[in-house]
Write a protein that binds this ligand. Structure first.
Ligand SMILES: [Zn+2]
Ligand SMILES: [Zn+2]
Length: 89
């Protein structure tokens, strides 16, 4: 079950961040996805592409600092943490 747009069509989804970024960078997809950032979805667990201004700032549940939208983060024990925080703990 994948996330849908308001229009009812399925959102583009990707199983890895790399796939999402590659898709966004492909010139054929630029009219829609240029400048979008890849983010891991809470609902479906896959990666989507979104305009950065639509995304809420995320707070790391380890160090409580913001995780910028274009930064890689991990889900660890159900908590979103910086990749660097996950490695330390
Ligand atoms: Zn989703
Ligand atoms: Zn952190």
């Amino acid at each position: 079950m994948h996330c849908k747009r308001k229009s009812g069509t399925e959102r583009a989804w990707f199983s890895t961040r790399e796939d999402a970024v590659r898709f966004a960078e492909h010139p054929a997809n630029h009219p829609v996805y240029l400048g979008d950032v890849a983010h891991l979805c809470d609902k479906c667990g896959y990666w989507h592409l979104s305009n950065p201004s639509w995304l809420q700032p995320l707070l790391c549940e380890c160090c409580s600092e913001e995780i910028p939208a274009n930064t890689y983060y991990l889900i660890r024990d159900g908590k979103r943490v910086h990749e660097t925080c996950a490695m330390v703990n």
